[in-house]
Design a protein around this ligand. Structure first.
Ligand code: GDP
Ligand code: MG
Length: 177
């Protein structure tokens, strides 16, 4: 709550995590700016995007952090996770390895973020159904077992993008109020 601004009731720090190439940056730019394939690397120095939503008559500002590709080298710093109350943990439904690594991401998150961190597991690129290798049921079961919320999305065609972020924000809201 360092960023106290007039009219903001709550500030939630959210982190985007998951393997490189799964679509974290595209999901965030789709949600925050409704853009896909924007030259997001032009925003060098910007570590997060903000989105303000109203829920239950309260103004909630989400500060959503994205990596600058450090996940490629397992080089995400503890500062990235510090104070995070929610995470979008993204895998690619067409790449098994990205789903296999979800458990490792969870461990890393639980080690560094708020201990009550709320997680939305996101199977991205659902527009590529013909190339799917991770069945919905397997992901759903995994999510249930680990107490995660779950959704499949496409940053390309917009499927469930808003729902995934809003779902996460409202679950966080339920846990803190
Ligand atoms: P990041 O490394 O996790 O941030 O992944 P990016 O957002 O940079 O996306 C990696 C690649 O996947 C890029 O070529 C994107 O255009 C592509 N991509 C991201 N989201 C989707 C999606 O929903 N559907 C499809 N078909 N491609 C996507
Ligand atoms: Mg990225």
């Amino acid at each position: 709550q360092s960023d106290l601004e007039e009219g903001i009731d709550y500030m939630f720090k959210i982190v985007m995590i998951g393997d490189s190439g799964v679509g974290k940056s595209q999901l965030l730019s789709r949600y925050a700016r409704n853009e896909f394939n924007a030259k997001s690397k032009a925003t060098i120095g910007v570590e997060f995007q903000t989105k303000t939503v109203v829920m239950d008559h309260k103004v909630v500002r989400a500060q959503i952090w994205d990596t600058a590709g450090q996940e490629r080298y397992q080089a995400i710093t503890t500062a990235y996770y510090r104070g995070a109350i929610g995470a979008l943990l993204v895998y690619d439904i067409t790449r098994q390895d990205t789903f296999d690594h979800v458990e490792t991401w969870l461990e890393e998150l639980q080690m560094h973020a708020d201990k009550n961190v709320t997680v939305m597991l996101v199977g991205n690129k659902c527009d590529l159904g013909s190339m799917r290798v991770v069945p919905v049921e397997v992901a759903k079961e995994f999510a249930q077992k680990h107490n995660l919320f779950f959704m499949e999305t496409s940053a390309l065609d917009c499927t469930n993008v808003e729902q995934a972020f809003l779902g996460l924000l409202s679950q966080i809201y339920l846990t803190i109020r």
